[in-house]
Ligand binder design. Structure first.
Ligand code: NAD
Length: 492
């Protein structure tokens, strides 16, 4: 294997050969081909990137917002121009189908577009005569050097939930992609460089835990945006907050879906299958629990199992493939053991996706769509994030029962309801403890101009990703009270 596979960092406007000799392989999860190696950057390498960002900050924050967004307009054009190429990189390193990779890239671009509204989004407020002849002004200023730490499941979209807002607001940034999927963001940073963005405004540091801890402990970094599993999100939040940083940390999820007997069953089954099995169940908004109410189970359960069994699984770059592999063999093994645990707890695997043979891709990390019927509510599998194409089902008697069951869970990323009754929909929307809610929608992903609103163990912090929340997170308010008596006016 060539040493050129070792990925460089991007620091102060130049690609910088990695100093670290430790690395993780970047593996195509369908073919098992090693695509690159992610160096585990050290604290000293993180510090170099932070110094570059700190050096760029004073000039960058003085660039007027109307000029800062010109780089984002150029980036948007470059992302459109290289759309298919970037989507293929995502599929190669992450496994999702090409259509899914294009979907996530589209959402990344939408965030660039929304951040182009920064001149108005970060506009301040002004009150005249708060007392006679005294005015008060609130302005928004950048926070400083910010860091973005991303998970593996959306290599392009998740860093872009944050990055466009951060730089448009006048901050400088260090982005650390997941060590499993660093190539999509590397390509996006290459395109950033083509826009002529000043050196040091965007820096990319590869790595894993050591790099993250160096970010959290670095005194110059003022704000950190993190997305990943709940255990890590909570630890990252606590360490960063203890070091006085502004933190927003998104964690894991379970994402229950409730199906009422009055739901349009044909549409419901199709949408729930896309939620549970789309992106091989590795969306943060993937549902892994369907709660049927009353006799909805009679039609829902077999119909969803039929869809699960008929999903075309394979390499995401091939036409007609509907679902790709999961990210690693370790992930596949964990998912298969959770399916086993579910059956030991008493559920019945009416579609069992363990140990599939995918012709031509025998080395890939595949699990086929799986349905675990009648998961016991008190068992571990009903509470654990599976992050694979596995849907457990449960049945309850009433909508109230379903809401209490969901609200007793630890996570609050998303909850969905399928019904044709407006009053049931309103009750659900009103009473459910989740930050993203779907009514007859299976992946309630907020558009770029809405906040991505996880609750409970799915989010640690106050301000969420995207839109106005992003602008508030990446700016600090300054309030100025001014007195300028007319008597002081010079006569010219
Ligand atoms: P992960 O927690 O393993 O890794 C996330 C990031 O943290 C990576 O950059 C990784 O290098 C770093 N990291 C890993 N272990 C660390 C440690 N001990 N200390 C410091 N940093 C560490 O998550 P993942 O497996 O890459 O992603 C999947 C998880 O992310 C799932 O739980 C999923 O629900 C969650 N996720 C949540 C959202 C959301 O919006 N809430 C979105 C996407 C993914």
């Amino acid at each position: 294997m060539s040493s050129t596979l070792l990925l460089p960092n991007y620091v102060a406007g130049a690609w910088d050969a990695a100093g670290s000799t430790d690395f993780a392989d970047v593996i195509n999860p369908a073919t098992a081909e090693v695509l690159a190696r992610t160096p585990f950057s050290t604290a000293a390498e993180v510090d170099r990137a932070v110094q570059a960002a700190a050096k760029a900050l004073p000039d960058w924050r003085r660039v007027p917002p109307t000029e800062r967004i010109q780089y984002l307009f150029k980036l948007k054009a470059l992302l459109e121009q290289h759309f298919d190429e970037i989507a293929a990189i995502t599929t190669r390193e992450c496994g999702k189908t090409l259509a899914e990779s294009k979907g996530e890239l589209r959402r990344a671009i939408e965030n660039v577009e929304v951040a182009c509204g920064i001149p108005i989004l970060m506009q301040g407020e002004h009150s005249e005569d708060i007392a006679s002849g005294i005015d008060e002004v609130m302005i928004r200023q950048p926070v400083g050097v910010c860091a973005i730490i991303a998970p593996f499941n959306f290599p392009g979209m998740i860093p872009m939930w944050f990055l466009p807002y951060a730089i448009a607001c006048g901050n400088t940034v260090i982005v650390k992609p997941s060590e499993k999927v660093p190539l999509t963001m590397r390509r996006i940073v290459e395109l950033f460089a083509e826009t002529g963005l000043p050196a040091g405004v965007v820096n990319l540091v590869n790595g894993s835990r050591e790099a993250v801890e160096a970010i959290l402990d670095h005194p110059t970094i003022r704000a950190v945006s993190f997305v990943g599993s709940t255990t890590v999100a909570k630890a990252v939040y606590q360490r960063g907050a203890a070091n006085g940083k502004r933190m927003q940390c998104q964690g894991g999820a379970k994402n229950p879906i409730v199906v009422l007997p009055d739901a349009d069953m044909e549409t419901t089954v199709k949408i729930v299958a896309d939620s549970a099995f789309g992106c091989a169940g590795q969306r943060c908004l993937a549902s892994s629990l369907a709660i049927t109410v009353g006799d909805a189970a009679n039609t829902f359960n077999e119909a969803i199992a039929d869809v699960a069994r008929s999903r075309r699984v394979g390499y995401g770059l091939e036409a007609d493939v509907e679902m790709g592999p999961v990210i690693t063999h370790a992930s596949r093994d964990r998912i298969e053991s959770l399916i086993g645990a579910g059956t030991s707890e008493g559920a019945r695997a009416i579609a069992d996706g363990r140990s599939p043979k995918i012709s031509g891709y025998e080395q890939g990390s595949f699990v086929r769509p799986t349905v675990l019927l009648d998961l016991p509510a008190g068992g571990d599998v009903a509470k654990t994030e599976i992050f694979g194409p596995v849907l457990g089902t449960m049945s309850v008697n009433t909508l109230d029962d379903a809401i209490s069951l969901i609200n007793s869970g630890a996570y609050g990323n998303m909850a969905c309801l399928f019904t044709t009754n407006g009053a049931s929909a309103r009750q659900f929307r009103y009473e459910i403890d989740a930050g993203n809610v779907g009514i007859n929608v299976g992946v309630a992903a907020p558009m770029a101009f809405f906040p991505f609103s996880g609750w409970k163990e799915s989010f640690f912090g106050d301000l969420h990703a995207q839109g106005r929340h992003g602008v508030e997170f990446y700016t600090q308010t300054k309030v100025v009270v001014e007195r300028w008596p007319k008597a002081w006016t010079r006569k010219f």
